[in-house]
Design a protein around this ligand. Structure first.
Ligand SMILES: [Zn+2]
Length: 283
């Protein structure tokens, strides 16, 4: 699997000279499978740039197909949809699997952001591409583009956000954004989802000091991310979903502090990578 990061910021886009290196777009990650099928993790504003890059492929001729895995429907995970060029080209097909009590409720949530008060698009049905929207059942594996996918919910403020495990040819990638754990840490089900992953892309919105004063927002500090990575025995931890107020130098400091925490708590063998827009990882 080849992972590429298109948006690594949390909550709201944060473009500007102070965030140029890590990037200001919100959550969007693509995964290319061994057969070159496309899986998209979340639809933050980074999705716009992924979409533009896809126009040179079959998506530009209406022959594209992709699976979109949606962790939850907060703005920073859905706002790229209306600016994702392939959705305006008839013939492109998307299967969207995400968070919702039912498929129709999930579709209703996505339609809600296209309400005329918010958007000129009005409805998913005005888009040229077709969408097959289905709610995920936590813990029940399903197949997407030849990859085995399992999801589990993490607490996230007043709601939950799905974490996804993608498995292909004995390799596992886990994507875990927006995780607001209780003091006891991740649930047993979530730890099992992370277990032994080759790559764990994990919410590291905050420093521990900032997290302590904003617990109700439902995000992780780098310490909580590192502790989860150590407990689950993952090979690589990728920091992700940085607070909108953190400049590049703040993210550098967060990464260095996370490295020190891993080294001091039994995680010296875990490779640490700070996600940045445009970065690719092969798994
Ligand atoms: Zn978020």
């Amino acid at each position: 699997m080849r992972i590429q990061f298109w948006g690594v910021r949390g909550s709201i886009p944060a473009p500007g000279p102070e965030t140029n290196r890590y990037g200001g777009n919100t959550s969007c990650v693509s995964v290319r499978t061994a057969a070159d099928a496309l899986i998209i993790l979340d639809m933050g504003t980074g999705l716009m740039h992924l979409g533009n890059s896809l126009l040179a492929t079959g998506f530009g001729q209406g022959e594209g197909e992709a699976t979109i895995l949606l962790s939850h429907a907060h703005w920073d995970h859905i706002q790229g949809l209306g600016f994702f060029a392939p959705v305006f080209i008839p013939g492109n097909r998307f299967v969207l699997r995400g968070h919702g009590k039912s498929s129709s409720m999930l579709e209703g949530i996505l339609e809600g952001q296209m309400n005329p008060n918010f958007s000129p698009l009005y409805t998913l049905r005005n888009l040229g591409a077709t969408f097959d929207v289905r709610a995920v059942v936590p813990g029940e594996p399903f197949e997407a583009a030849g990859v085995r996918v399992t999801a589990q919910p993490n607490p996230h403020g007043s709601t939950t956000a799905l974490a996804f495990r993608l498995e292909e040819a004995g390799r596992a990638v886990v994507y875990a954004p927006d995780a607001g754990y209780p003091d006891a840490g991740p649930s047993a089900e979530v730890l099992a989802l992370y277990r032994g992953a080759d790559v764990l892309v994990h919410d590291t919105t905050y420093t521990p000091a900032d997290q302590a004063t904003r617990r109700n927002r439902g995000f992780s500090s780098y310490e909580q991310a590192a502790a989860a990575a150590i407990a689950a025995g993952v090979r690589r931890l990728v920091t992700f979903h940085y607070d909108q107020d953190y400049a590049d130098a703040d993210v550098d400091a967060l990464r260095d502090a996370c490295r020190a925490y891993l080294d001091g708590h039994g995680g010296a063998d875990i490779e640490l990578i700070a996600a940045a827009e445009g970065m690719q990882l092969d798994v």
